[in-house]
Structure formats: structure tokens, C-alpha cells
Design a protein around this ligand. Structure first.
Ligand SMILES: *Cc1c(COP(=O)(O)O)cnc(C)c1O
Length: 388
């Protein structure tokens, strides 16, 4: 069901399902397997070409999720990993070779940088971090040995939007592969592969799962990149359980309605935050005053519920009074579930190509599916506790 003429919601509803192959059941069932038996010696001899040959190589349930991810992201092929970090490190590792050079956005997710610094550097792969606003200027940083350009848009914690087609175009002209962390959009509000990016990675843990109960990574790619990615993937023995694939498929069916609500509620809360005297700045690319707004309109059809704001500096005790009193907003890692979250963050500590110096406390907020009025009420009381 990857028919591009169909709308995205239709594809997300029907991809990765073939009820007639499963006694009419609407959902592809959970197939648990390690051993898969072959009926005769001829079939065993031909196992190299078989779609089903061993549990680690996939089951009908994991293949169904691969198909659905291709339909969502507009990729030719997909690979599934046990976490977002596993997916992104698989991609980075696939383009690693002695003396290789990578270009990675300075606004990338922390563990992406750590993989470059702690794992790839050991093997002689050099990474340059670039200003996420670089656009076509990336061409000046491409060296003969550059093998991969990594983007993330909007950036983790700081939410800068990147000119992904300009970067992908400059890369293509020099024969360099491009990859993007597309987690923020859920794959629903942005399809980077259609804009010329070769590989789109997501922490399926976030919006695809949507229920804060699953770890998953997805890699969608063009056919040209698939064999190389799959080679790394197979050598590391990466696979996911059919139970987890089933949960991801279940989450995926409601991705559209959830994302539209995150979009509307997130913008409502972001606009409210803009009015608060304690708030210095809101980082939300769907707001017209955001520096990334024009690029966001070019590459996204909506906004997820994750954004940032900067509040006036306060001491730790005041911050604790504010945060410890929240009951609707939880504090914890991850996001993309149905519930709201809030955490203070400090992007300044890992940046190297650009400075993050907003003059106050940076906060990351995930607006869930609660009534926005209740969330704003809770935030208002939080700000009152700051000055109490
Ligand atoms: C959470 C996250 C990841 C990592 O996903 P895990 O499933 O937690 O490993 C990768 N990229 C971004 C942008 C994320 O927010």
C-alpha cells in the first residue's frame, strides 16, 4: 500500500496489513520465531532468497512494520532497530571507513555526537560539527573524504530548522550521502526523502509508538543506500521482536489524529507562553516570529508537540518549586507519548560550532493530548511558585 497517489492518512491506515493472508484479521498478528522450517531440501538450498528464513532476519510482523514505515516516510526500503540510538548508530557506522570525514549538525541529538566522538573517532573517522543554519554553505565544508552529512531538523532542544534540500543538493553534487533524524515530525509532518535526503531515521520510541511503552528505531532509505545499510545491520545482528513491531503498528494507525492534536495544542500552549512575563523566548518553528518559520513551511505540513522556551534565570530552589509542583506534566526522558512532559535543559554544554547563550534557563516541553487549558493552568501556577 505504498501507492503515492493515496493520501498519507490512507497509506498509514492500510500499509503493512493483508487481512486475507491472516484469516481476515484486520491486524497482522504477532509471529514469534527463531527457527523457521523449510519444507524440503530444495527450499532449504534456496533460503538465501527467501523472505522468511530465520527470526533475526524478520517475521511477517516485522516485515509489515517495514512496509508501513516505507509508506509513511516515502522510502524504498526500511530497517528496524531496537532503539532510536541503535538506528542512528547503524547509519553512521555504515558510512565509516578509515580516514572518512562526517559533517554533523551542531544541533544534533546528544547520543549522535557521542557516537561520533567516542566510537567513530577511535577508528580514525573525523567529525566536523556545522551550524544548523548553514544551508547551501555546507558545500565549503565538504572534503574529498567526506562520506556522510547528518542533519536533524528541528534540532534537539533548540529547534533550529535546516534547509534540508539545499544541504542534500550540495551533498549530491559531490557524491556525499545524506541522512536526517526525522523524529520530531513523526514522519507524518515531513518526508525528507522526497526533498532529496537519502536516509531518514526516527526514534520510533517517540510518536510512532505514541504511548511511552516501546523502544524502537526506524531507518527509511532510497534503494541505492539499502544494501550498504543492511550489510552493517546484519553484521551487528540487529533485529526487533515481533511483539514490539505489533505495538509500533498499533501506534502508527492513530499517528495522524494524534499528530494533528499535538500540532494544535502545542501551538496554543506556545502562544500562551509567549505572553508570560517569565518567558524570554519560545522556540517553536510554527510560530510566525520563529527564525525557522519559513523553512518550516517549506519542509513541514505541521508541528509536533515538542518545543522549547527560555525563561528568566532563577536559582535551583525556585526552579525546583516550579517543577516539583507539576502533576500533569511529567519529568523524564523521551517524548512523543500521549502525555505532557517538561524538563530543564542545557544545550550550551555540548555545542562546539555555534553558541547557545539565550540569557536564561532553557526548558523543553512536550504538549500531550490533555486539554490545553489544563496544561496552561498548571504552567501558570508553576510560574506563581517561582516568585512565591
Ligand atoms: C529520543 C531520540 C533519539 C533516540 O531514541 P531512543 O529510542 O531513545 O534510543 C534519537 N533522536 C532524537 C531526536 C530523539 O529525541
Amino acid at each position: 500500500m505504498n501507492d503515492e497517489k493515496l493520501g498519507l492518512d490512507t497509506r498509514v491506515t492500510h500499509s503493512g496489513r493483508s487481512p486475507r493472508q491472516h484469516f481476515g484479521m484486520v491486524n497482522t498478528p504477532v509471529y514469534r520465531a527463531s527457527t523457521i522450517l523449510f519444507p524440503n531440501l530444495a527450499a532449504l538450498d534456496a533460503k538465501e532468497g527467501a523472505k522468511l528464513r530465520y527470526g533475526r532476519r524478520g517475521t511477517p510482523t516485522t516485515h509489515a512494520l517495514e512496509d508501513a514505515i516505507c509508506a509513511l516516510e516515502g522510502g524504498d526500503r526500511a530497517l528496524l532497530a531496537p532503539s532510536g540510538v541503535s538506528a542512528l548508530s547503524t547509519v553512521l557506522m555504515s558510512y565509516a571507513e578509515p580516514g572518512a570525514h562526517f559533517l554533523v549538525s551542531d544541533s544534533s541529538y546528544g547520543p549522535t555526537r557521542k557516537f561520533c566522538e567516542f566510537t567513530l573517532r577511535k577508528f580514525g573517522i573525523d567529525t566536523t560539527y556545522y551550524d544548523p543554519a548553514i544551508g547551501a554553505g555546507i558545500a565549503e565544508l565538504i572534503r574529498p573524504e567526506t562520506r556522510l552529512i547528518w542533519m536533524e531538523s528541528p534540532g534537539s532542544q533548540t529547534f533550529e530548522v535546516q534547509d534540508i534540500a539545499a544541504i542534500a543538493g550540495a551533498a549530491r553534487a559531490r557524491g556525499v550521502t545524506t541522512a536526517i533524524d526525522n523524529t520530531w515530525s513523526g514522519g507524518y509532518f515531513s518526508q525528507p526523502i522526497a526533498h532529496g535526503v537519502d536516509i531518514s531515521v526516527q526514534a520510533g520510541t517517540k510518536y510512532i509508538s505514541g504511548h511511552s511503552d516501546l523502544m524502537l528505531g526506524t531507518i527509511a532509505c532510497s534503494a541505492a543506500q539499502y544494501d550498504r545499510l543492511r550489510e552493517t545491520y546484519l553484521r551487528f545482528g540487529i533485529c526487533i521482536s515481533s511483539d514490539d513491531a505489533y505495538l509500533a503498528l498499533r501506534g502508527l494507525r492513530t499517528l495522524g489524529v494524534r499528530m494533528r492534536q499535538h500540532h494544535t495544542s502545542g501551538i496554543e500552549v506556545a502562544n500562551w507562553l509567549l505572553q508570560q512575563p517569565e518567558v524570554l523566548r519560545v522556540m517553536h518553528p510554527a510560530l510566525p516570529q520563529d527564525p525557522g518559520h519559513d523553512l518550516w513551511k517549506t519542509y513541514f505540513t505541521g508541528a509536533s508537540g515538542l518545543f522549547g522556551f527560555v525563561m528568566k534565570s532563577v536559582d535551583r530552589d525556585a526552579l525546583a518549586r516550579m517543577f516539583d509542583g507539576f502533576s500533569l506534566f511529567g519529568m523524564g526522558s523521551s517524548w512523543g507519548g500521549f502525555e505532557s512532559l517538561i524538563v530543564p535543559s542545557n544545550p550550551a554544554v555540548y555545542r562546539t560550532a555555534t553558541e547557545w547563550n539565550p540569557g536564561g534557563q532553557t526548558v523543553r516541553i512536550h504538549v500531550g493530548l490533555e486539554d490545553p487549558a489544563d496544561l496552561m493552568d498548571e504552567l501558570r501556577r508553576g510560574f506563581e511558585r517561582l516568585t512565591a
